[in-house]
Design a protein around this ligand. Structure first.
Ligand code: UD1
Ligand code: PEP
Length: 428
């Protein structure tokens, strides 16, 4: 296993290209199960979540081929093979096999999903939706069993606007008989992207991106070609690190409206950001003012950028308060930032950051994907060398991060972990 080393203090300049969106890609791949023929998806990110999903599609008989960032899935020979723990546990999005397999085969057996450890991550709303469509759902020894004689359209109201539940119910409902209405749904851009793919496959989904999604079920779906949207969280991460250390950084392949909650906050802090049709230019590296943020469902400030943004706030003058209303325990990065001399304390579901604290390089552990991104940004701002262990988490969601940082002028490299690193990785 490797660790990532970052020598702080270097100014960043140049262009970075954003990859396809992880949280779209991880739903688009399972959605291809419904096509019963060939679907090609262009622009997939090269991240470990995608590698695992391709394996899972092969496990159920899919023919998956890759050409650069384009993947073609022929789902005609797929069968409703049980997918126990193992691969399924390695990521969150394996839960989309429930909705897609239920839609196509009217049955599925799938282990409980993994993903970032952010505190409790229930899937009760997914199950409520499947049951409303007529499925019988049981949980036996850590696996979810789903079956239905037929799926019948229903009216479903989500107690919380969950991204995963919205997409999962959509995946099953496109093959239900009659009309389904899902109310209080999540409005994230990735949901629109999945609805776009399903509609290209012949589904009839209206309202994705609003509070209410209406679906008219169809008898079959067909193959198509789809280009994925850019990853707004990867783009947001590079925007934050450009605000920290960038003289002039061009971030290409971006939909600027997807990032408005972030760019508005950065401007409040004193960062100069220019928006083009599909790019941002960030001029950072200046005195920053403190700000407060509260994570909310889209279009509010994304929880997935809370941890990277917290690293930047250590360099702002004054006190900032970061409140996570989506995952109230998403603060495992705070102890690691403190090892680097940050002045932060956690109070309930908030982190209180007092700046500006000069950061010092240290050996730190990425406990989850965005904690990893947070520590990379902190390392770029720190004096000396920061060693980040646990980069398997970072590889779940950041395509070619070492190479992209090097292109911008960062001094980053990988080394094999020592025995001491491995102990830290296992115990911390
Ligand atoms: C693969 C993927 O797309 N992951 C994203 C997805 O995760 P995920 O789909 O797991 O997140 P949800 O939108 O479902 O969760 C939002 C909130 O709803 C709660 N909840 C969710 C489902 C449920 O059945 N019951 C329930 O109570 C959760 O505990 C959380 O507090 O959205 C999160 C919130 O934007 C992001 O951080 C993740 O990056
Ligand atoms: C929490 C995240 O991912 P997942 O839901 O896949 O664990 C994330 O992308 O920040």
């Amino acid at each position: 296993m490797e660790k990532l080393l970052i020598e702080g203090g270097h100014q960043l300049n140049g262009e970075v290209r954003i990859s396809g969106a992880k949280n779209s890609a991880v739903a688009l791949l399972p959605a291809t199960i419904l096509a019963e023929s060939e679907v090609t998806i262009e622009g997939l990110p090269n991240i470990s979540d995608i590698q695992i999903l391709k394996e899972l599609l092969r496990d159920i008989g899919g023919d998956v081929s890759q050409n650069g960032d384009e993947v073609t899935i022929d789902s005609s020979e797929m069968v409703a093979m049980p997918l126990p723990n193992g691969r399924v546990k390695k990521l969150r999005a394996s839960y989309y096999f429930m909705g897609a397999m239920l839609g196509r085969f009217k049955k599925a057996v799938i282990g409980l999903p993994g993903g970032c450890d952010l505190g409790p991550r229930p899937i009760d709303q997914h199950i409520k939706g499947f049951e409303a469509l007529g499925a019988e759902v049981t949980n036996e020894q850590g696996a979810i069993y789903l079956k239905a004689d037929e799926l019948i359209g229903a009216k479903i109201y989500l107690d919380v606007p969950s991204v995963g539940a919205t997409i999962n119910i959509m995946l099953a409902a496109v093959r239900a008989k009659g009309k389904t209405t899902i109310e209080n749904v999540a409005k994230e851009p990735e949901i629109i992207d999945v609805a776009t793919l399903l509609n290209s496959m012949g589904a009839n989904i209206k309202g994705a991106g609003t509070d209410v999604i209406r679906i008219e079920g169809v008898d079959s779906l067909k193959g198509c070609q789809h280009t994925i949207i850019p990853d707004r969280i990867e783009a947001g991460t590079y925007t934050i690190l450009a605000a920290a250390k960038g003289e002039e950084v061009h971030i290409d392949n971006v939909i600027p409206t997807h990032l408005e909650s972030l760019t508005a906050k950065l401007r409040e802090m004193g960062v100069e950001i220019e928006e083009g049709t599909d790019y941002l230019v960030v001029r950072g590296n200046r005195e920053l003012s403190s700000v407060d943020i509260k994570t909310l469902v889209y279009p509010g400030f994304p929880t997935d950028l809370q941890q990277p943004f917290t690293a930047l706030l250590t360099q702002a003058h004054g006190t900032s308060i970061v409140t996570d209303t989506i995952y109230q325990a998403r603060f495992k990065h705070v102890d690691e930032l403190r090892r680097m001399n940050a002045n932060i304390k956690v109070e309930g579901s908030s982190a209180v950051i007092t700046g500006k604290s000069p950061l010092e390089g240290a050996k730190v552990k990425a406990s989850d994907l965005r904690a990893g991104a947070c520590l990379v940004i902190a390392g770029l701002m720190a004096d000396g060398v920061t060693e980040v262990v646990g980069i398997n988490h970072i590889e779940r969601g950041y395509d070619g991060i070492t190479e992209k940082l090097k292109i911008l002028g960062a001094n980053v490299w990988r080394e094999q972990m020592t025995d001491e690193d491995i102990r830290m990785f296992q115990n911390a």
